[in-house]
Write a protein that binds this ligand. Structure first.
Ligand SMILES: [Fe+2]
Length: 353
């Protein structure tokens, strides 16, 4: 439940920051005596919401033919989906519209791709770029993954070549393994919700040798992405991954030193934050697999990040406004934007507000 006392203690003289271009553009600051994030009620598509990925009914838990269920989408083609795949894929898929970033909440899985194999476990990001064919060919444990489809080429974009990510040590690439041509195989070309099925006499993933070029399929664990910290009062987060024109940006939002963020109005980006694991709570968010969403233009504060017990989280910023899908809305709840807990009912709001 929301700890309202944590915000009530900061209702006087709160700084509010309006910012352009995420955290890198023009900004202005105003001090308000009232606590600006508090709202009595909100209705409509851009109300802030939260959900837990474990609460979704996802058909791929029992149907190997099923695809992940989208919980949020934007007109740019960006989508956020959830998978609980319970068995290997009986087909090969090639997403021709998006780079796919898979994040493993729990369980283990093996991706066999057109350029090699990646084994992934909890906390791993796995990037499969557009038109790289793949098959999830092994799953163990009670698998839960979040899949972000990015409408552009994802590339690392860190403030320095080292520090935030140790690329040589912590980014691993698909390992090649020669395979026989195999037998008849279905390949699904995926374009959003459109599926075109090809049947080939051989497995399109089969190959005899990796000859050269770059290796586009990689893996990186969230615990190996260091959030930027600042001495003194703290400062904004920094992204580590994104697409051209900063249309989509990924940040580590794990525990870090520094003061609590200022109250914020993000002019250009929606902020979707995914809480992976504790042991510490991030404000009112403590259940692994909780996804919070604050659309651009919604006044928010956000919990303190300087949590001694530590926690791991990441943020997706998207310039194009997201919408929760009907499946997402079915399990989402309205969220207050102080500590990111469930929004209290209007009758619980003090009469003075
Ligand atoms: Fe913000």
């Amino acid at each position: 439940m929301t700890d309202r006392s944590s915000t009530n203690g900061q209702t006087a003289g709160q700084l509010e920051n309006w910012s352009r271009e995420g955290f890198t553009g023009e900004a202005t600051y105003v001090r308000r005596a009232h606590y600006a994030p508090d709202f009595i009620r909100a209705e409509g598509p851009l109300a802030p919401r939260r959900l837990t990925v474990g609460s979704l009914h996802v058909p791929d838990a029992t149907d190997p033919q099923a695809f992940p269920v989208p919980v949020a989408a934007a007109s740019s083609g960006l989508r956020v989906s959830v998978s609980h795949r319970g068995a290997p894929m009986p087909f090969v898929v090639r997403n021709v519209e998006a780079d796919e970033l898979h994040f493993v909440q729990r369980g283990e899985l093996r991706f066999r791709t057109a350029v090699g194999i990646v084994d992934a476990t909890a906390g791993d990001f796995v990037c499969i770029p557009r038109s790289i064919a793949y098959r999830i060919e092994a799953v163990t444990g009670d698998l839960q993954t979040v899949v972000v489809e990015a409408p552009g080429a994802l590339r690392f974009d860190t403030p320095a070549r080292s520090g935030m990510v140790n690329f040589n040590r912590d980014v691993s690439y698909a390992r090649f393994e020669p395979t026989d041509p195999g037998g008849e195989t279905t390949l699904i070309l995926r374009s959003g919700d459109e599926f075109t099925r090809f049947v080939y006499p051989h497995d399109p993933l089969a190959a005899t040798e990796r000859v050269g070029g770059s290796n586009p399929v990689w893996k990186l664990n969230l615990a190996k992405v260091s959030p930027i910290t600042y001495e003194g009062g703290g400062g904004p987060p920094a992204h580590f991954l994104g697409i051209a024109n900063n249309e989509v940006l990924f940040y580590p939002l794990s525990a870090r030193r520094g003061g609590r963020p200022v109250v914020h109005v993000n002019a250009d980006y929606d902020e979707m934050i995914y809480y992976f694991a504790g042991p510490g709570a991030w404000g009112a968010v403590s259940e692994p697999g909780t996804l919070t969403w604050v659309p651009k233009g919604v006044t928010h504060h956000g919990p303190p990040e300087d949590v001694p017990g530590g926690y791991l989280a990441w943020m997706l910023e998207t310039r194009t406004t997201l919408r929760f899908t009907p499946q997402g809305l079915a399990v989402a709840e309205l969220m207050e934007t102080g500590m990111y807990g469930p929004h209290r009912r209007p009758e619980a709001v003090p009469a003075t507000r």
